[in-house]
Design a protein around this ligand. Structure first.
Ligand code: ASP
Length: 327
């Protein structure tokens, strides 16, 4: 029997066309994914929604919240078996992780996108859309959290990241790999995410910054964040979570204003931990009260800090345990 799929289009290259004259990829006119007719109808019954049509660099947490609300309202009022969201690839991992943290459902939620627009040679959009629909229709995709499907691979929202600016195999899960594959014969999972997290939010109001630490990074921007009344900061620190000595005073200043600071590693493999005892070393930062995130990249730690700060049931002194779900 055909499954009922909620299909939400949000924009991105998957719904764009290349202008042959100028060679630029543009959004405009009817979304080419909507006019697929029989091809998609053979796969499932669809409820199609298009709340906005934005390139994903234009997507903010407000749009992510709209998606959460659409999904929650639709699954409460209709018998939905799976959800597919088409999205620009630049910020796809952030939307996927936001939805993973904020929607509690066993129904599969699958995000997909494309690296080549609809009329380009080797366009991957329709193919990825079909793979995402097949995954969302699959019984074994239930209870796995939000999934990202492109290029025949199924990734978890927690681990996946865009790794290449233009290659179709851009979505990877560094260190862990995909959790399943989509083949011509079926959808197969070889791993299962072993924990879920749930936050209650109905607004996004906090200001959370993400800064990348580099050789010679100092306190200037950290003082500016305090001045601009930021509510939280994620630092993509060096190696296992170290910063230059000149930045330590800025960290102390933000902490003295009760601005939580989460540290991740700017390396895309491994986790940041308080190991080094020298000035600016992770051990010193941890002793000062900086929180070390467990294996998240910077952009996803930022989403998580924002979501945690928006959840009124969470106190700031609980943030550390939230960023260490394995401990
Ligand atoms: N810049 C595009 C976007 O994220 C890239 C894509 O969709 O692949 O909207």
């Amino acid at each position: 029997m055909k499954k009922n799929i909620l299909l939400i289009h949000t924009g991105g290259t998957i719904s764009m066309k290349e202008d042959v004259q100028s060679g630029t990829v543009i959004q405009g006119g009817e979304n080419p994914l909507i006019a697929q007719g029989q091809l998609l109808e053979d796969l499932a019954n669809f409820i199609v929604k298009e709340p906005f049509q934005l390139p994903s660099p234009h997507i903010t947490l407000q749009e992510m919240l709209i998606l959460k609300q659409i999904i929650e309202e639709t699954i409460q009022s209709q018998p939905i078996d799976g959800i597919v969201i088409t999205h620009g690839t630049d910020t796809l991992e952030e939307t996927a992780y936001f939805l993973d943290l904020t929607i509690q459902t066993d129904i599969p939620i699958v995000l997909t996108g494309a690296m080549r627009s609809s009329n380009e040679i080797g366009s991957d959009g329709l193919y990825n859309l079909v793979s995402a629909i097949r995954t969302a229709s699959c019984e074994s995709a239930r209870k796995k959290g939000v999934l990202v499907v492109l290029n025949d691979e199924i990734h978890s929202a927690f681990n996946v990241t865009k790794t290449h600016a233009s290659n179709v195999s851009t979505f990877q899960s560094p260190q862990y790999g995909p959790i399943g594959i989509v083949s011509k014969r079926g959808v197969f999972f070889h791993h299962t995410p072993n924990f879920r997290e749930a936050f209650q939010i109905d607004k996004v109001t906090k200001k959370v910054a993400l800064l990348k630490v580099h050789a010679g990074f100092d306190s200037t921007l950290l003082y500016s964040l305090a001045e601009a009344k930021y509510d939280g900061l994620v630092l993509e620190a060096l190696g296992q979570g170290n910063i230059p000595p000149l930045a330590v005073d800025g960290v102390k200043h933000l902490l003295s204003k009760n601005v939580p600071i989460v540290v991740v590693s700017r390396c895309f493999n491994g986790t940041a931990e308080g190991i080094y005892g020298y000035e600016g070393g992770g051990k010193q930062l941890k002793d000062l009260g900086v929180i070390f995130a467990n294996g998240l990249n910077g952009q996803k730690a930022r989403v998580k800090l924002q979501v945690a700060l928006e959840d009124s049931s969470i106190r700031n002194d609980q943030l550390e345990s939230i960023f260490h779900p394995f401990l």
